[in-house]
Design a protein. Structure first.
Length: 85
């Protein structure tokens, strides 16, 4: 997995990242990852699980998983939130 992550670091623009992920992932996978990131942003703002599920069309189970990994994960969501406004 490390070489996969290192390859991503070689990309220089959001267009390059988008092209790479489009080649690597299906449209469904990209949509799911996007909705999970949106869910994390909404959870980060203090919204309830049910509200997040309604806004993202994700199941409450998936939103709970996102919330869990925001708290118990490796800190990836925190990196994103600390580097965006």
């Amino acid at each position: 997995m490390e070489s996969f992550f290192s390859a991503i670091l070689l990309l220089k623009t959001s267009e390059e990242v988008g092209a790479f992920f489009r080649d690597v992932c299906t449209l469904s996978e990209l949509s799911e990852m996007s909705r999970r990131l949106l869910a994390a942003k909404i959870i980060h703002s203090g919204a309830s699980i049910r509200s997040v599920a309604e806004q993202t069309s994700l199941s409450t189970t998936t939103v709970c998983r996102v919330s869990h990994w925001m708290k118990q994960g490796a800190g990836g969501y925190d990196f994103i939130f600390s580097r965006t406004k």
